[in-house]
Design a protein around this ligand. Structure first.
Ligand code: PGA
Length: 255
């Protein structure tokens, strides 16, 4: 992590967990814990809880994120949520292209690209997720898979349109929800690769400022060593973000 260039971001992805009451309760607890925090904190509750949680975190150091969005502003798209609706309730971030969406809901590099564009147009910070599966890692395809995801996901954007906004989350699919974390060497190797890829596709300025988060079984007892890697700028936390106490100890990692 290089805090002079990049403020760490610890993001909680609540996935399809919590009723409105449970989400509001967890958010309230978290607000009390994080009054004086020196990293950026974001939580992404399910859509039904976004507006009520927005009221709880308003004016606090916790930012609100969506777990997905559709790229149109409005229209006959049953079941979808637009970036306009998300901005309207105070969302600042949107997780885009999470591997669960790619795996179960048909997100592709092309739709991910359209979603990132829509997020940027509405001043939502995209948390753009990439990662290889276990089979791809074993076949030594990790770097080519990531190259394709990043290149296609960010196709057509200028460095200026992404600067100070883009967040990339490296989430090896085999480490999500499995309790298996990548080793710090594996994490650093991929993060350095992703940063150099951003430099190759865009420029040095964007490469230096883009925040690259690690995600996949991040817990209080492994967050510090992961965050100490030079190219890790934060964490995208699933399971361990559901409890305010546990997530709080991740937010207060030692650095
Ligand atoms: P996990 O999920 O922390 O439960 O592994 C991470 C994620 O999917 O963002």
């Amino acid at each position: 992590m290089n805090p002079t260039l990049r403020k760490p971001l610890i993001a909680g992805n609540w996935k399809m967990y919590k009723t409105v009451r449970e989400a509001v309760e967890t958010a309230r607890e978290l607000v009390q814990f994080t009054a004086a925090v020196n990293v950026d904190v974001m939580i992404a509750p399910p859509f039904t809880a976004l507006a009520p949680v927005a009221d709880v975190v308003k004016g606090t150091s916790i930012a609100l994120g969506a777990q997905n969005l559709f790229w149109k502003n409005e229209g006959a798209y049953t079941g979808e949520i637009s970036p306009v609706m998300l901005s309207d309730i105070g969302c600042q971030y949107a997780i885009i292209g999470h591997s669960e969406r790619r795996q179960y809901f048909g997100d592709t590099d092309e739709s991910v690209n359209a979603k990132i564009r829509a997020a940027l147009e509405h001043q939502l910070i995209p948390v753009f997720c990439v990662g290889e599966t276990e089979t791809q890692r074993e076949a030594k395809e990790t770097f080519s898979v990531l190259d394709k995801q990043v290149t296609k996901g960010l196709e057509g954007f200028s460095s200026e349109s992404l600067s100070r906004l883009l967040v990339i989350a490296y989430e090896p699919v085999w480490a999500i929800g499995t309790g298996k974390t990548a080793t710090t060497d594996q994490v650093q190797e991929v993060h350095a690769f992703l940063r150099s890829l951003v430099e190759k596709r865009f420029d040095n300025l964007l490469a230096k400022s883009v925040r690259i988060l690690y995600g996949g079984s991040v817990k209080p007892d492994n967050v510090t060593e992961i965050m100490n890697m030079p190219d890790v700028d934060g964490a995208l936390v699933g399971g361990a973000s559901l409890s305010a106490k546990v997530f709080n100890s991740i937010i207060h990692f030692h650095h």
